[in-house]
Design a protein around this ligand. Structure first.
Ligand code: NAP
Length: 278
């Protein structure tokens, strides 16, 4: 029987640990503050922002909310970030992506003070990860490492294949698995014979952005499969990048969608806020 990796349970465990730590810091007079900026009112972004604020409330982190109109100029947004950079009471700054097309996302990310970059997207955070220095880790990949470790799945020496090389998931995921001593292969849209490469994996991490793309033909018997994708299928049901039902009989462990990787991202964001205060 495959182990169904319970992201909901593991993320709750982490949030409980963080809540206790925040309470202890509060007793010493330390308050943690996260600034959350949203530009425009994309419905999906609004849900993510609301969930982040709810998590802050639960853990005891103060959240400052900036809901800016769609026609906010790039300069106005950059000025707000600079003001928050200079505010010593603010520990973390989060700008909800994607931004409206007239705003340069890269410039926005680069303007956030690296010591407040709780999303882990700043080039300094990414650089620190790649050379093994301390820094903020991108939340989704960091959450996946926690899912594996807290499910008792060892990483060192394992063949890991990451499908996807985006800056926010695939690349930092591969670097983190390397840091955990896995032997890592990264696949992308130009990879030849994806099935054969994927079948080498003891741990297969899928962040391809295509619903139910990965069938059992891509999976080695007994592999661990981590599904990062989130989509709505033809029946409006949530599904991942992996064809869960098809793959399940072959794997030793798998993350479901929903309830796998998804809940971990916010838990790790909260972890980063605490790290910033520490
Ligand atoms: P992305 O930026 O679209 O990247 C997709 C990656 O998959 C690219 O590197 C692309 O290769 C590769 N790819 C596309 N088609 C391929 C194919 N046929 N064969 C091999 N590789 C292929 O997506 P992302 O931001 O990394 O997100 C991936 C998925 O995770 C999405 O479903 C997203 O919604 C989800 N997600 C979930 C969370 C969470 O908290 N659970 C967080 C972030 C993202 P190229 O580089 O060659 O184009």
């Amino acid at each position: 029987m495959a182990l169904i990796i319970d992201g909901k349970k593991i993320s709750t465990e982490i949030k409980e640990e963080l809540r206790e730590e925040v309470a202890a810091l509060k007793e010493k007079g330390v308050e943690i503050t996260l600034a959350v900026i949203q530009v425009g009112n994309d419905p999906a972004s609004s849900i993510y922002v609301r969930n982040k604020k709810t998590a802050c409330e639960y853990i005891g982190i103060k959240s400052l909310s900036y809901e800016l109109p769609e026609n906010t100029t790039e300069k106005e947004l950059l000025d707000l970030i600079k003001e928050l950079n200079a505010n010593s009471k603010v520990n973390g700054i989060l700008v909800q992506l994607p931004l409206p097309k007239h705003i340069n996302e890269e410039l926005v990310i680069n303007t956030i003070d690296p010591s407040k970059d709780v999303d882990g997207f700043h080039p300094q955070s990414v650089g620190a990860l790649s050379i093994g220095q301390k820094g903020f880790l991108s939340c989704t990949p960091a959450g996946i490492i926690q899912l594996l470790k807290r499910s008792g799945i060892s990483i060192a020496g394992k063949e890991c294949v990451v499908i996807g090389r985006s800056n926010i998931v695939g690349k930092p995921m591969a670097l983190l698995m390397l840091r955990e001593d896995a032997t890592v292969t990264i696949c992308h849209s130009k990879t030849k014979d994806l099935k054969e490469v994927a079948k080498r994996a003891d741990i297969l991490i899928v962040a391809i952005g295509k619903p139910k793309f990965i069938s059992s033909e891509f999976v080695k018997e007994g592999a661990v499969v981590i599904d990062v994708g989130i989509h709505r299928d033809e029946n409006n049901k949530l599904c991942g990048d992996v064809d869960y039902e098809d793959v399940l009989p072959k794997v030793s462990a798998i993350t479901p969608v929903p309830g796998g990787v998804g809940p971990m991202t916010i838990a790790m964001l909260m972890y980063n806020c605490l790290q910033s205060a520490r």
